[in-house]
Design a protein around this ligand. Structure first.
Ligand code: NCD
Length: 307
């Protein structure tokens, strides 16, 4: 809890930098080396970590674990990681398909490890940037205990396969929000209700009724065991957040989506690009959050970041 608040406070200090109101870069991490190791496709998270590191003056290297890396020559993944660490890394940012891999890597390396999304499990920096977006939209103080008190958040769609959903549930609830999840049985199992003690609703209208925040998720087809039992059109009709449906939410509600958006499926253009959407703001704030996270990983305290 304290760590979440400290990171958000540091990120807020850095927001002027991502809004281009302040200096274009800082020297806080000059001389530090950050390696981004990505073993899964990524647009936002990968670019955001790279930009964050560079804006802080760090040496940033991105290593894509693919057919060009030595894992295809028979090297074990542990050896690959230990070799990279031996080059003198301060922070190692990891995205991987395997659940729990970033945590395992902490036992193999000297560098501080940052989880940039592991399998179906967690995506902590996305949860932080989602939280910062909500705090900003509702003008809530950062460091206050239960700063999301009184806010109703609906997380809708493919919750089972959505690591963003899992980290969001943990972060939002830790800060006092009321969280409800919604999705069809194939994408939202009762296991989620058991694991996180959140309501699982089988009807989108009920879930978003009076909601202050609606987090929409794409269907993570690459993680589904079989085909989804409904067509895109059927899914949109039952689970798409249309403008008509949006009228059920609170008058000041906001819409979030971690991206990539599958337009016309979970969100129509009118909502994705509409006045309630904070989706691009999430992306901007993501850079500030990752700057704060990299500073922490490298042991640079927020006090060293100029206001
Ligand atoms: C998500 C991810 O990769 O976990 N996107 C992101 O990081 N912004 C969600 C997704 O892939 O659907």
């Amino acid at each position: 809890m304290a760590e979440i608040c400290e990171l958000l406070e540091a990120a807020r200090q850095l927001v002027t930098l991502v809004d281009h109101d302040g200096p274009r870069g800082l020297d806080a991490l000059r001389g530090y080396t950050v390696l981004n190791m990505f073993g899964e496709p990524s647009t936002r998270t990968r670019s955001s970590f790279e930009i964050a590191g560079r804006r802080l003056g760090a040496n940033v290297v991105t290593f894509v674990v693919d057919e060009k890396s030595s894992t295809t020559k028979g090297e074990s993944f542990r050896d690959t990681v230990r070799n990279l660490d031996a080059m003198g890394l301060d922070a190692l940012v990891v995205r991987h398909v395997q659940d729990g891999l970033p945590e395992k890597i902490t036992q193999w390396v000297r560098a501080r490890v940052v989880n940039a999304g592991d399998g179906r499990l967690e995506h902590p920096t996305q949860a932080l940037l989602d939280t910062l977006t909500i705090l900003e939209a509702f003008n809530r103080p950062l460091a206050a205990d239960r700063t999301l008190d009184g806010l109703r958040v609906a997380i809708c769609g493919d919750v089972d396969n959505g690591r963003v959903a899992h980290s969001d549930i943990l972060a939002f609830r830790a800060l006092g929000a009321y969280v409800v999840t919604a999705g069809p049985e194939q994408l939202l199992s009762d296991e989620i209700a058991r694991r996180y003690e959140v309501p699982c609703v089988r009807n989108l209208d009920d879930a978003i009724d009076g909601a202050d925040v609606v987090v929409m998720l794409r269907i993570q087809r690459e993680r589904l065991s079989g085909e989804l039992s409904m067509s895109d059109a059927e899914y949109h009709a039952a689970w798409g957040l249309t403008e008509t449906r949006l009228e059920r939410t609170a008058p000041t509600s906001i819409v979030l989506h971690p991206g990539p958006i599958n337009r016309g499926i979970e969100l129509p253009d009118s909502v994705a690009d509409g006045p309630r959407s904070r989706i691009l703001r999430q992306v901007s704030l993501g850079v500030a959050v990752r700057m704060a996270v990299l500073c922490r990983a490298c042991g640079v305290t927020p006090e060293e970041i100029p206001p």
